[in-house]
Design a protein around this ligand. Structure first.
Ligand code: PBG
Length: 320
């Protein structure tokens, strides 16, 4: 007799299901983005990101200790400066908001601190680089982001994560880090960053919407899959230690392709709009927030991501 196939045998009891479960999220996989706002003295809720706050510098030591004791292992720092200018010069100051935030966190808690490296929060026009003749000039931008990365490493960042999608940014940053003695600071490149509507709430929070045009001249076209492989392999060739794909939920094919093609750790970013979408659905009573988040984040990991940045990290690690 042909044995009867019953897929349901291994689903019949919780103990069996957990025994055969292929993917499990760990606190070590998760990164919490932190907005640090130089303009205010008190933590302020971010209206478009339910449950997320922008923090003043002075509350970081306490916050970092709390996060550590709750089980959060890694944070990604975004600075919101008091002033902006055409060059984004606030990005590379030794006492800039992101540099100060990195120092405050590192000196009070044992967390992996990843510093996002981009100019868009610091430029008055909101673009990710230096604008010349109405365009972001790639090669004028490179030394600025390289200097920004080195200043964040000097402040104590454990990892630098360039997110500006400039060609050659990883090589420029690696060169600058090495010149400044930061040989051991890894680069996590946002190698595959799509020109996405889902960054809307982040730009609201960081006041970094471009004042003219959009980012389609440097971020990737959502329609392209093969191009993502070129982006990631170029960045790895330039010395990226890890590559990131974002947004995550609409790029599971790309995460899976990267996992198959490259042996570096693959990171994925569940971005602000993806988080807000799930949270708004839950607030509207469509589904349970925890279940929906666990499902989305498990799917991101199942597709091949080793590391996941999510605004839900703090909530989730408390439940793991
Ligand atoms: C900076 C940066 C952005 C995000 C991460 N780094 C904004 C953008 O490209 O406009 C988006 C993160 C999110 O939406 O959660 N360049």
């Amino acid at each position: 007799m042909f044995p009867s196939v019953r897929m349901r045998r291994l689903r019949a009891a919780a103990g069996l299901r957990s025994m055969v479960r292929e993917t499990a999220l760990r606190a070590e996989d998760l990164v919490l983005p932190l907005f640090v706002d130089e303009r205010h003295d008190e933590a302020r809720p971010i209206a478009c990101l339910p449950g997320v706050e922008a923090h003043p510098l002075r509350s970081l030591p306490r916050l970092a200790k709390d996060l550590e004791s709750e089980g959060v292992r890694s944070v990604m720092v975004f600075g919101i400066p008091r002033g902006k200018d055409a060059e984004g010069s606030g990005a590379w100051q030794e006492d800039g908001i992101a540099q100060s935030a990195v120092r405050a966190i590192k000196s009070s808690a044992d967390l992996n601190v990843i510093a996002d490296v981009c100019l868009c929060e610091y430029t008055d026009h909101g673009h990710c680089g230096i604008v010349r003749d109405g365009e972001v000039d790639n090669d004028l931008t490179l030394p600025r982001i390289a200097g920004t990365a080195s200043s964040l490493a000097a402040a104590g960042a454990d990892i630098v994560a360039p997110s500006g999608m400039m060609d050659g940014m990883v090589a420029a940053i690696r060169g600058s880090l090495d010149d400044e003695g930061h040989h051991m600071v890894p680069v996590m490149s946002y190698a595959v960053k799509y020109d996405s509507a889902f960054y809307g709430p982040f730009r609201e929070a960081a006041c970094s919407s471009p004042s003219f045009g959009d980012r389609s001249g440097y971020q990737m076209d959502v329609a392209n899959r093969r191009e993502a492989m070129r982006e990631a392999s170029l960045d790895i060739g330039e010395g990226a230690d890890m590559v990131m794909v974002k947004p995550a939920m609409s790029s599971l094919d790309i995460i899976s392709d990267c996992r198959g093609a490259f042996d570096v750790p693959i990171a994925a970013y569940q971005v602000s709009g993806e988080y807000a979408m799930v949270m708004s659905g839950a607030a509207a009573g469509l589904f349970d927030a925890d279940r929906a988040m666990l499902e989305s984040l498990t799917a991101i990991k199942r597709s091949g991501a080793d590391i996941i940045t999510s605004y839900y990290t703090r909530d989730l690690v408390a439940k793991l």
